[in-house]
Design a protein around this ligand. Structure first.
Ligand code: ARG
Length: 587
């Protein structure tokens, strides 16, 4: 559609030149005014001419009539003027033929804006905190982040996906204490990250119990001073040892990280995700002092209650904490050092961070600090926030252990699909493979159906349903196109057989793909692709129900309908791939 829109704008710009005077309105200006009228009887493309009155100094009615007389194109079946609108109807057959041939010639490249060539995008996403649960709250960063990577790759950018593991911090002090007290090597080797999380949850609970006991019966004022936990002290001491490169603690830390990573990778594998780098927070330990030094030399650091901060009053933000009063670094400090390192390493044209909206202030603050530090690439940093996720109403807490793990969410979906698929697929391995693709896809699709910033409440039943706007439904539609093509046998092309409304509607949706992809990239919004997939599935299913395809008696029309199916098949596959979904050929 964008192609025809562009062409229409060019023709209109030329018509304006001949009818009203040279160079009055550029094709780009006109393109921005063109609309797709919701009421189809008016036309497929319309130009509201009141937008031109000022420039052309004529009434909208006059303009519409003049342009209607001047405009001609083989892809238009009629051009008319009505109430100051220029209404264009597209020639359905010519249009369908051109769109399908575009799709089939470009193949897997169809839809790509192809504007990323020679540019690099770094994406920081997923990034779970080691030894803490990888839970449903990470679904957003993982699938939005990866879809954005796929979308940028599709546009031709060189992409670097970074998993900025939360692999450093006081939680390791706690974990080391807990492991030394209650842990067992074999249990962790067998049970993996779940066992680490158990230890982590246990020590948090015990610290809390110690603290509560230490203040029992005291007034609030007294409690503040008296609150104490030996275990918390021990944890701080172990972390200090780790920071001082104590061999024993370093070895434990490495082990905890690798056990966790192994577990995360199982989930990534289900989603088809691979990272280009796993450089986590720990990697930047020795890279922070140089940035702190720079801040200090530039006079940007202020001392506030012993802590070193950057004042951001002027930008109406709270201070950005750089060093605690004991001299230790903080989350923003590490992010600044990491950004500088990545700029030097990858020389990115854009760096995207995907996190929950709860971190929006953090990013706004340190982005501003990077700007104040004089790094001219500050405006290439993009934060992409997303809303919260709850399951059937339950909010998710991290510390308590009362969380829904991502792997359990996927496993649950897979096993439900497996139970349904068993009847049709007696072969166990095949059934499991399909259940994986459909179960995981259902969750991803359900999640990516909403604007990312909206808070969502996850309903497993809805996600897995075959009727409704779900993952299983669109995968089923894709499988349907595969089966039609299999029955059709040889590849077919578009012919001159006249197309009717339903075929035209389908061609129109096919033609929208490039503009939807561009919008998804521009708005960092994979849900635009998800909704496009629903539009395309709906258009194809309407066509499928009302038109004979393989059994069509008219040879020429049969060929066009099979070609339309081929094009739909191609575009669905590409689009599903862009939102981390698989497209099984049979369900
Ligand atoms: N590990 C963090 C968390 O789970 C997310 C890290 C996001 N990336 C960043 N560069 N700060 O909350």
């Amino acid at each position: 559609m964008i192609k025809l829109k562009k062409k229409t704008a060019e023709l209109l710009s030329a018509a304006v030149s001949t009818s009203f005077g040279e160079g009055l309105l550029s094709a780009d200006e006109i393109a921005a005014m063109l609309e797709y009228p919701p009421d189809k009887t008016m036309g497929d493309i319309a130009l509201p001419c009141f937008k031109l009155s000022k420039t052309l100094r004529r009434s909208p009615v006059q303009i519409a009539e003049t342009l209607a007389a001047a405009l001609a194109c083989e892809e238009f079946s009629s051009v008319s003027a009505l109430n100051g609108y220029l209404n264009i109807k597209i020639d359905m057959t010519a249009f369908g033929k051109r769109v399908v041939s575009d799709v089939l010639t470009l193949g897997e490249k169809y839809g790509s804006p192809m504007n990323g060539e020679g540019k690099t995008v770094v994406l920081d996403y997923s990034s779970p905190n080691v030894a803490k649960p990888f839970h449903i709250g990470h679904l957003g960063t993982t699938v939005i982040g990866h879809s954005l990577k796929l979308l940028h790759e599709f546009a031709g950018y060189k992409c670097v996906g970074i998993n900025y593991l939360g692999d450093w911090g006081t939680q390791f002090g706690k974990l080391i204490v807990a492991y030394k007290l209650w842990g067992d090597k074999k249990t962790i080797e067998d049970g993996g990250v779940d066992e680490l999380v158990k230890l982590y949850v246990r020590i948090n609970n015990e610290i809390k119990a110690e603290e509560d006991a230490s203040v029992a019966g005291l007034s609030e004022e007294e409690a503040k001073k008296a609150k104490h936990s030996d275990l918390a002290d021990a944890a701080r001491a172990e972390f200090a040892k780790l920071e001082a490169s104590d061999e024993e603690n370093l070895a434990l830390w490495r082990w905890f990280v690798s056990v966790s990573l192994e577990e995360y990778q199982k989930t990534y594998k289900l989603l088809g995700i691979e990272f280009d780098s796993y450089k986590g927070e720990s990697f930047y330990t020795d890279k922070m002092p140089a940035q702190v030094e720079k801040l200090r030399n530039m006079g940007l650091l202020k001392i506030d209650n012993g802590a070193s901060i950057v004042n951001l009053d002027e930008w109406k933000m709270p201070v950005c904490l750089i060093l605690k009063s004991d001299g230790t670094t903080l989350y923003p400090t590490r992010d600044i050092a990491a950004a500088v390192y990545r700029k030097e390493t990858y020389d990115f044209d854009k760096m995207i961070y995907v996190t929950s909206a709860a971190q929006s202030l953090h990013f706004a603050q340190w982005f501003k600090v990077v700007e104040l530090m004089g790094y001219e690439w500050f405006d290439k940093l993009v934060h992409v926030p997303y809303g919260t996720v709850s399951i059937n109403g339950a909010k998710l807490a991290t510390r308590t252990g009362n969380v829904i793990l991502l792997k359990d969410l996927f496993e649950e979906a897979i096993s439900r699909v497996y139970d349904i698929a068993k009847e049709k697929h007696p072969d166990d391995a095949e059934c499991r493979a399909i259940a994986e693709k459909v179960g995981v896809g259902a969750i991803v699709f359900y999640y990516l159906s909403n604007n990312r910033i909206r808070d969502i409440n996850f309903m497993m039943e809805d996600a897995l349903s075959f009727d409704g706007n779900t993952g299983p439904y669109v995968q089923y539609t894709y499988a349907r196109t595969c089966s039609v093509l299999e029955k059709a046998g040889s590849a077919a092309e578009m012919t001159d057989a006249p197309l009717s409304e339903l075929e035209f509607e389908l061609s129109k949706v096919l033609s929208m793909f490039p503009e939807r992809v561009s919008a998804a990239i521009a708005e960092y919004e994979p849900s635009i692709v998800t909704r496009y997939i629903l539009d395309l599935s709906a258009a194809y299913n309407r066509f499928y129900h009302d038109c004979k395809i393989v059994s069509c008696e008219d040879e020429a029309l049969r060929s066009s309908r099979i070609a339309l199916t081929r094009a739909t098949n191609r575009v669905l596959k590409t689009a599903l791939g862009l939102i981390c979904m698989q497209s099984p050929e049979k369900i």
